[in-house]
Design a protein around this ligand. Structure first.
Ligand code: AMP
Ligand code: GLY
Length: 427
């Protein structure tokens, strides 16, 4: 069948890599795609929010499966529009993508169904939020309700900072409409783990675990970014943690969505915090993580199209999801200055090295073709992923591969996966 992938980041490149390996895929298309995805797919310059054009394109190209990678079109209802036009699509419908699209919704869901998470209050009125802060404990966490490119979360250490935060979100609308509503929640200390899962409305199959590094600078300092690197599996995601999450979080979330009349089909990304009181949900996303997908998908043994079709058809219980017994590390090569301001348009060299090394991948995030030359075109430019027999080897391989690639103003964190040293050997 012909497959269309919607998105343009490193995550969509990792998805395209898996689709290209599938026996079931004939021609692959991507809208809008990037210079790396173009290796596997014919890219068309259609924006991810141009629903009518995507539907028309899918019809014209006789697409048998559309894979929606990004949050905005999922929350906006692209899957609904495709289905209405009789086109098969992988990803949650609008009514289910709200799990990511509204933090207030997801917090209320967790409270109603007793899924462990930080305690919280929702607010639609800035004065009430400000009054609530007067008796709150610090640090405290403020979240704009809607999608805000992963930037709508503020961790405030005192009352003054929190007041400023409420004003920024609700009055100055720093995160746009995402700040019509907000959540104020308890700060949780602990280690973060990301667990992605396939869901068919009833059945859930979790993938191998991963950990992201969200801050721009070494030692988890600097501004929050979309993610500067990942490793998989997380040595902190022990059998006990997994059992707890199986019992109280994963199936409970799927069942809760079904009970609410919002059956979820697609990928649920569980952002977990491993606290002293046990694992709790930090957030849900309704899609693969970026750059989690870049370390999880290359380790997946299954045919991705088979798994996605099982999600659509409600037959995921027949799928035995399997991952390689190894590890992967992804180091993001960014433009210096990201996430604030940076120059782009610099030629990228050294990419051919990846063809010579099995188990090493260069997933493009912000690149484009300029007269036959690949040039930088974003804050996060490339995600260099390498596998290894264990995390240490994968990390050494990823940092070696990161040196193959050159472009002006190249910047990377040097400590991706460093925390794994504390947890060695893998439990
Ligand atoms: P989110 O977009 O909800 O994942 O939040 C972004 C990041 O903020 C998370 O990955 C955490 O590092 C941090 N964060 C969010 N909520 C909390 C919380 N309740 N306690 C501590 N850190 C948090
Ligand atoms: N890496 C975090 C996210 O995709 O939201």
């Amino acid at each position: 069948m012909n497959v269309l992938i919607v998105g343009s980041g490193g995550r969509e490149h990792a998805i395209a890599y898996c689709v290209a390996k599938s026996e079931k895929a004939d021609k692959i298309y991507c809208t809008p795609g990037n210079a790396g995805i173009a290796q596997y797919a014919e890219c068309a310059p259609i924006g991810a929010m141009e629903f009518d054009k995507i539907v028309a394109f899918a019809r014209e190209k006789e697409i048998g499966l559309v894979i929606v990678g990004m949050d905005d079109p999922l929350v906006g209802g692209l899957v609904d529009e495709l289905e209405a036009a009789g086109i098969r699509a992988f990803g949650p419908r609008k009514e289910a993508a709200i799990l990511e699209g509204s933090k207030a919704f997801s917090k209320d869901l967790m409270k109603k169904y007793k899924i462990p998470t930080a305690s919280y209050e929702n607010f639609t009125d800035a004065d009430k939020a400000l009054a609530y802060l007067e008796t709150a404990k610090f640090p405290i966490v403020l979240k704009a309700d809607g999608l805000a490119l992963g930037k709508g979360v503020l961790i405030c250490s005192d009352l003054e900072e929190a007041r400023e935060g409420v004003k920024a979100i609700m009055q100055d609308k720093k995160f746009g409409d995402a700040g019509q509503k907000m959540v104020i929640e308890e700060f949780m200390a602990g280690r973060e783990v990301s667990v992605l899962s396939f869901v068919d409305g009833d059945t859930i199959r979790t993938m191998t675990s991963a950990q992201d590094h969200k801050r721009a600078k070494d030692g988890d300092t600097g501004l929050n970014t979309g993610g500067m690197g990942t490793f998989s599996p997380s040595p902190f995601y022990t059998k006990e943690v997994e059992e707890f999450c199986n019992k109280y979080i994963y199936q409970a979330t799927v069942d809760a969505m079904k009970a609410e009349g919002r059956p979820f089909k697609g990928v649920i990304f569980f952002g977990l915090m491993l606290t002293e009181e046990g694992p709790k949900v930090l957030e849900y996303n309704a899609r693969f993580g970026d750059p989690e997908a870049q370390v999880v998908l290359p380790r997946m043994k299954n045919d991705i199209i088979e798994v996605m079709e099982a999600c659509i058809d409600g037959t995921l219980d027949k799928i035995d999801l399997q991952f390689e017994d190894n590890a992967a590390v992804c180091v993001v090569l960014a433009s210096d200055g990201y996430p604030v301001s940076y120059e782009k348009g610099f030629p990228v060299t050294g990419l051919e090295e990846f063809e010579k090394h099995e188990g090493c991948y260069c997933f493009h995030a912000g690149t484009k073709l300029d007269g036959g030359q690949i040039v930088t075109n974003g804050g996060r430019v490339l995600g260099v992923t390498a596998k290894g027999k264990d995390l240490k080897e994968a990390r050494a391989n990823a940092y070696a591969a990161a040196e193959w690639v050159q472009f002006d103003n190249k910047y990377m964190r040097r400590d991706i996966g460093k925390a794994i040293d504390e947890a060695w050997p893998r439990p």
